[in-house]
Design a protein around this ligand. Structure first.
Ligand code: SAM
Length: 446
């Protein structure tokens, strides 16, 4: 039969089929029953969030997005904080009532005819006030100390505890040193919009601002988390090692915090792509940003960058791009001609992360991220890079457990249980909330 005869075409296994067969084989073992819904998500339309461009008409854009029914993630996360607070309060009330009835019985047994009933409300109120006060201050302070929520875990029932804060204990059993992080999940300058769970509305095309830049851009909802995990501060000096097309660097710029962002990519053509993305979204990019040196675009193999000036490094590595590999045959990493490259990915990823940990300033933060579900490319690579750091350098680093901070994102993201992902965190796709996959792990050099 001729090569494009239907019988030949039908039998030809395409790279997307190879990818699916590989994932079915490998991920079913890892995610078990959950794999069905993850697979469904991966094969259906991806969901985006809209990042308002602070260098455009941001106020008008926010109003328009809200009129279209989109929700501001910052507000959703804050609401979630209130629910968490309420749940804790309910649990403290219940615990107190239990204590009171125990006391009641004890007093009765000792035949002391004291009526606790009269004091019950006062006792409850004063105690709840105290807990409320400490929660209030921790939840409302600028830099929220989520470790306090962990401290309050005694007030929670066992099931609640598993649902809320399982990671610390489980992770503590690993060879790695963990610290629970307390970081402000959402920065005040960031306005990112989404549609709620099950709402499949798509964002309209963004308009141009009065200065000619585009007013918002779309990203996979999962992709914002690695940037938030960087915990940028005013004056931060950031390196985005594998930056093209530049979505995450652009998000970092929206915080208005960094003094310097170096966006790097090994591929010359992809570096050109970063430039065109920045020009589309940042007014007066060449004159104001490039010339002033606030943004520097570089074209190097990030494994060999030696500058030790950065306190924030994002390592958003090349990976099997699981969602993409199931959709596009062109340039697919599951093509037979790319087998070697695919098998060598974890090694390359670990070298990139190792170099980031090596060059970041002490006290600085490195976030490693992928858009793959593969435990080897995710926790596996983090483990490899840390071991190499410990074996070959005098540096030390800790993995930051973001579970407490991620509690407030639970209405938006489907985050994998810590039994599945021990070092970092993983956003799992599903049909109802189709973000990700995004794996990210926050590491601090100490
Ligand atoms: N961070 C980007 C974003 O959010 O828009 C996506 C990055 S993409 C997942 C990975 C990038 O890594 C590709 O653009 C690829 O060219 C680049 N890359 C691959 N190997 C590299 C290396 N050794 N050094 C620097 N960049 C590399």
């Amino acid at each position: 039969n001729p090569p494009n005869h239907w019988s030949v075409l039908r039998k030809k296994v395409q790279p997307v089929d190879k990818a699916l067969a590989h994932f079915d084989d490998f991920y079913k073992q890892v995610f078990q029953k959950k794999w069905i819904s993850i697979r469904e998500g991966l094969l259906s339309k991806q969901k985006y969030v809209a990042v308002v461009n602070n260098y455009g008409d941001s106020e008008e854009t926010r109003v328009q997005l809200e009129l279209n029914g989109a929700l501001n993630l910052r507000i959703l996360f804050n609401l979630e904080k209130d629910y968490i607070k309420e749940e804790l309060q309910t649990h403290s009330r219940k615990k107190l009532l239990d204590q009171i009835s125990y006391l009641d019985r004890k007093l009765e047994r000792e035949s002391q005819k004291v009526s606790l009933k009269e004091n019950e409300d006062d006792l409850l109120n004063s105690s709840i006030d105290a807990r409320e006060c400490s929660l209030q201050s921790s939840l409302n302070s600028a830099d929220i100390d989520y470790t306090r929520i962990i401290d309050s875990k005694n007030a929670l029932s066992t099931e609640k505890l598993n649902e809320f804060v399982p990671a610390t204990e489980i992770k503590g059993k690993e060879d790695f040193i963990f610290e629970s992080t307390h970081y402000k999940m959402f920065d005040k300058h960031l306005n990112i919009y989404c549609y709620e769970k099950d709402n499949k509305t798509q964002f309209d095309g963004a308009t141009k601002s009065s200065t000619g830049v585009t007013n918002y851009y779309l990203m996979d909802g999962g992709s914002i988390l690695p940037v938030l995990a960087l915990d940028l501060k005013p004056g931060s000096k950031m390196l985005d090692m594998c930056a093209s097309p530049g979505g995450k660097s652009l998000l970092a710029l929206q915080t208005l915090y960094p003094n310097l962002i170096v966006t790097n990519d090994i591929s010359h053509s992809r570096v050109q792509r970063i430039k065109s993305v920045f020009k589309e979204f940042i007014y007066d990019f060449d004159e104001n940003w490039l010339k002033s040196g606030k943004i520097h675009i570089s074209n190097r193999d990030a494994r060999f960058i030696e500058d030790k000036i950065f306190d924030r490094i994002l390592v958003d590595v090349p990976c099997t791009t699981d969602r993409h590999s199931l959709k596009e045959n062109d340039n697919n990493i599951f093509k037979p001609s790319r087998i070697k490259e695919r098998l060598k990915l974890p090694e390359l990823q670990a070298e990139l992360l190792f170099n980031a940990l090596n060059i970041v300033k002490r006290g600085g933060i490195v976030v490693y991220s992928t858009c793959s579900l593969s435990p080897i490319q995710n926790d596996g690579v983090v483990g490899m890079a840390l071991r190499k750091l410990w074996e070959e350098t005098d540096y030390n680093a800790v993995v930051k457990d973001l579970t407490p901070a991620l509690l407030q994102t639970r209405s938006v993201y489907n985050i994998a249980h810590p039994n599945l992902v021990k070092l970092g965190h993983l956003v799992l796709p599903s049909k109802s909330q189709n973000y990700g996959p995004t794996y990210f792990c926050k590491i601090q050099k100490i």
